[in-house]
Write a protein that binds this ligand. Structure first.
Ligand SMILES: NCCC[C@H](NC(=O)CCC(=O)O)C(=O)O
Length: 449
């Protein structure tokens, strides 16, 4: 039997990448507000990570950025005239709104969707639900285009089932795979899907964060598990620690990561750690491989260290021999406690045997680490063969995309630049070419007009 694999689909950073301070509750986004960004460096840092994973033998895909600034959203909010008039009026009367419709936030594809592999679902297809990202306006406008990009990347309906986003209302706040982890003993077999939520929308007696928003609800997770056709045994629902959310852990993937039979998480990640372990263990059942819980004590790495270094926003990747590699941002190396912990971890008897460090500073400055930048899609060989091949990273695509970035991206952007009509034209020109490179068809609004 040919083995199933886990592919990573990273978001390519778009030409309008900037720091607008749009994410209340996300420390990096707030701290770096109004700093100049470098979209060209951002895109290239992401490409280097993608290429490195492809070179390590992993299947690596690319998800296209969205059209920004998004003129149709401005029109729906009452701006009118030519595209240039819309832009100028928005810049004058609602500059923060212009910043919101210009964000390159779709780069963080861990928030693009929740994906359930075919081994877990009732109809034996891979299921996708784009996340409504309703808690932040700039992200709430992503899900329609995300759905179209996912359909263009995973087109064959015999293998892939595409759902629309959940209702766009706080009760069903859904942040996608940033709050979803899958455990399995091999990618061929049915796994256990862990859904982590920030609060219950309907049960207001349950604890909630006091200061920062809980973006993701229990009810959203339950709905996704139902529509994906997961078995009762195959889905576990666990509440994130509200205290951690108030300390800046706006997604669970800032404080926990799992893969295969390993759950790597912080002591304060969950409201009830013992319950999380018991529930996962019960769902895991009597599989022959043991489930490893690698719990990081607060005495070694504080929650503040997690938020600053993004230790847990790492990618935990299985090598063919079962050993795992942890892909971390360079901030981990710069944080003394975190680096000491990681150095020590490698001497312990866990499946985590190697650490790889990447410079992702441009994305990190908006609160997005290695794990935020990727959407995991476990695929059988047959399903992999049905993926749009033009989106798979290799030497040629890496070279093509680097040249494309050099041609179209600026190396500095501040908020005021978002009003520049030539930025809009440059971005459209770039994306128009990209749809040809990645063979996505005409998916952007400006291509349909
Ligand atoms: N998974 C990481 C997501 C980071 C993202 N940051 C942002 O949107 C910041 C954008 C800005 O502030 O310009 C967020 O908070 O959802």
């Amino acid at each position: 039997m040919h083995s199933a694999i886990e592919a990573n689909f990273d978001g390519l950073v778009g030409p309008t990448h900037n720091y607008s301070g749009l994410s209340f509750g996300n420390v990096a986004s707030q701290v770096n507000t109004a700093k100049p960004s470098n979209p060209r460096a951002a895109a290239k840092q992401g490409l280097v990570k993608m290429k490195a994973l492809a070179d390590m033998g992993f299947v690596q895909g690319v998800l296209a950025p969205h059209e920004r600034p998004h003129i149709p959203t401005l029109r729906s909010l009452g701006f009118s005239g030519t595209d240039q008039q819309v832009l100028t009026a928005a810049a004058k009367h609602a500059p923060k709104l212009l910043a919101a419709v210009s964000s390159a936030s779709c780069m963080w594809t861990a928030n693009a969707a929740t994906v359930s592999p075919s081994a877990d679902t009732k109809d034996g297809r891979v299921h996708f639900t784009p996340a409504n990202l309703v808690n932040k306006f700039h992200r709430s406008i992503e899900h329609v285009t995300t759905g179209e990009i996912l359909k263009a990347t995973f087109p064959d309906q015999r293998y892939f089932a595409h759902h629309p986003a959940l209702p766009s209302v706080e009760h069903f706040g859904d942040e996608g795979a940033a709050n979803h982890t899958r455990f399995c003993s091999s990618y061929n077999e049915a796994g256990v899907e862990l859904f982590v939520y920030g609060m219950s929308a309907f049960n207001t007696a349950m604890p909630r964060p006091q200061q920062f928003p809980a973006r993701h609800t229990l009810e959203a997770s339950q709905a996704v598990a139902r529509r994906h056709g997961l078995s009762e045994q195959g889905a576990v629902f666990v509440q994130q620690n509200p205290v951690a959310i108030d300390a800046g852990v706006f997604h669970n993937d800032v404080i926990a990561v799992g893969n295969g039979n390993v759950h790597f998480y912080h002591e304060h990640a969950f409201l009830d750690t013992e319950q999380m372990k018991a529930d996962l263990q019960l769902a895991w059942g009597d599989r022959t491989t043991p489930l490893y819980f690698v719990e990081v004590p607060n005495s070694a790495v504080s929650v503040a260290d997690c938020v600053q270094s993004y230790l847990f926003n790492s990618q935990l990747l299985s090598q063919p021999n079962g050993d795992m590699t942890l892909v971390v941002p360079s901030e981990c190396q710069e944080n003394e406690n975190v680096w000491a912990y990681l150095t020590d971890l490698l001497t312990h008897n866990t499946p985590i045997k190697a650490v790889k460090v990447f410079d992702l500073k441009q994305s990190m400055s908006n609160g997005g680490g290695p794990a935020c930048l990727r959407l995991r899609v476990a695929l059988s060989q047959q399903e992999l063969a049905a993926v749009n091949p033009a989106t798979i990273m290799n030497d040629q695509l890496f070279a093509t995309l680097n040249t494309w970035v050099d041609q179209h991206y600026r190396d500095q952007l501040i908020e005021a630049d978002l009003a520049d009509p030539s930025l809009l034209l440059e971005s459209r020109q770039a994306l128009d070419e990209l749809t040809q490179i990645l063979q996505l068809g005409s998916l952007y609004d400006f291509q349909k007009a």
